[in-house]
Design a protein around this ligand. Structure first.
Ligand code: GUN
Length: 286
C-alpha cells in the first residue's frame, strides 16, 4: 500500500505560515491582505467554493470582499466592477469564479483584471510568465500539486512525469511547473494513442481528466507517485477522483486520496497568492 499524502495536513501547515505572515504584514505595515471574490449566478458548486474562500479569509486574517451578483448581471457591469476593484488599494487579489453565464465572455473578463491582482494566474500576462518560469503567481491547483509532491521528498530531476488533461487551468500550467523542476514531461489528452502505456511509464502521474474510474491499475507503474486532481461523483453519487484508488494504491509509493488530497490545497494556494500580492504592495511602499 502506498503512503497516502494528506492534503489536509500539508494545507494546515501551510495555512499556519500564511496566517503568521498575514498578521506580521498588518503589524509592520498596516496592510491587511484583501481578496475580492466575484460570483455571478447561482451555480451550486461555485457557491460552495465561494463560501470556502470566505472562510479561509476569516481564518487567515484576510479581508474578504464578496460580490454575489445575479444571473442577469451584464458583461459591461462586470467590467465596471473589476475596474473599480483594480484601483482599490484594499483589494490585493481579484478572483472571478468560473464558469460565468453564457452571455459573458470569460476571456474578456480575465483580460480586464490587473495582472498584479490576478491571484488565479489566468491573465495572459501571468500565463506567459509561467511559460518563461519567472512568475508572480502560480496557478492554484498546479501549485498545490507541487506542494504535495514536494511533501513526499521526491526529486523530480530527470523523472518521467505524465499529466493527463490539457486544460488551461490545470494540465498546461501543471506541465510547465514540472518542466521547470527538470522533469521529462508528457501531456496526454482524449486523442492520445497508447494512453495506458504512456501512463504506465510515469514516475509521477498527475490525472486531471474529470472521469471516475479513469486511471486503472494497469496504467500505473510500480512505485509511482500518483496525484489525483479529479473531482467526480461515482454511480452512487459519492465524491471520487479519476483514479481507481483501491486497486491503484497498492502499486504506488505515494498517492493522494479524494477527498482530502488536492482539494484542500487549492484554496490554500489562492490565499498564498493573495498574501504575496499584499507583500509586494508593502515592498513597493518602502
Ligand atoms: N472554478 C473552478 N475552479 C476555479 C478556479 O480555480 N478559479 C476560478 N476563478 N474559478 C474556478
Amino acid at each position: 500500500m502506498g503512503n497516502i499524502i494528506s492534503g489536509k495536513e500539508v494545507s494546515t501547515a501551510l495555512r499556519a505560515k500564511i496566517r503568521e505572515k498575514s498578521l506580521a504584514l498588518r503589524e509592520d505595515y498596516g496592510i491587511q491582505p484583501g481578496l475580492a471574490v466575484i460570483l455571478v449566478g447561482k451555480d451550486p458548486a461555485s457557491q460552495i467554493y465561494v463560501r470556502n474562500k470566505q472562510r479561509a479569509c476569516e481564518e487567515l486574517g484576510f479581508h474578504a470582499f464578496e460580490y454575489k451578483l445575479n444571473e442577469n448581471y451584464t458583461q459591461a457591469q462586470l467590467l465596471d466592477l473589476i475596474g473599480v476593484l483594480n484601483k482599490d488599494n484594499k483589494v490585493h487579489g481579484i478572483l472571478v469564479q468560473l464558469p460565468l453565464p453564457d452571455h459573458i465572455d470569460s476571456q474578456v473578463i480575465i483580460n480586464s483584471i490587473d495582472p498584479s491582482k490576478d491571484v488565479d494566474a489566468f491573465h495572459p500576462v501571468n500565463v506567459g510568465k509561467i511559460m518563461i518560469g519567472n512568475y508572480d503567481f502560480l496557478p492554484c491547483t498546479p501549485a498545490g500539486v507541487m506542494e504535495l509532491i514536494d511533501s513526499t521528498g521526491t526529486d523530480l530531476t530527470g523523472k518521467n512525469c505524465v499529466v493527463v488533461g490539457r486544460s488551461n487551468i490545470v494540465g498546461k500550467p501543471m506541465a510547465m511547473l514540472l518542466l521547470h523542476r527538470n522533469a521529462t514531461v508528457t501531456i496526454c489528452h482524449s486523442k492520445t494513442r497508447n494512453l495506458a502505456e504512456i501512463c504506465a511509464n510515469a514516475d509521477v502521474l498527475v490525472s486531471a481528466v474529470g472521469r471516475a474510474h479513469f486511471i486503472q491499475a494497469n496504467m500505473v507503474k510500480e512505485g509511482a507517485v500518483v496525484i489525483d486532481v479529479g473531482m467526480n461523483h461515482d454511480e452512487n453519487g459519492k465524491l471520487c477522483g479519476d483514479v481507481e484508488f483501491d486497486e491503484v494504491a497498492s502499486k504506488t509509493s505515494y498517492i493522494t486520496p479524494v477527498p482530502g488530497g488536492v482539494g484542500p490545497m487549492t484554496i490554500t494556494m489562492l490565499m498564498q497568492n493573495t498574501l504575496h500580492a499584499a507583500e509586494r504592495k508593502a515592498a513597493s511602499r518602502k
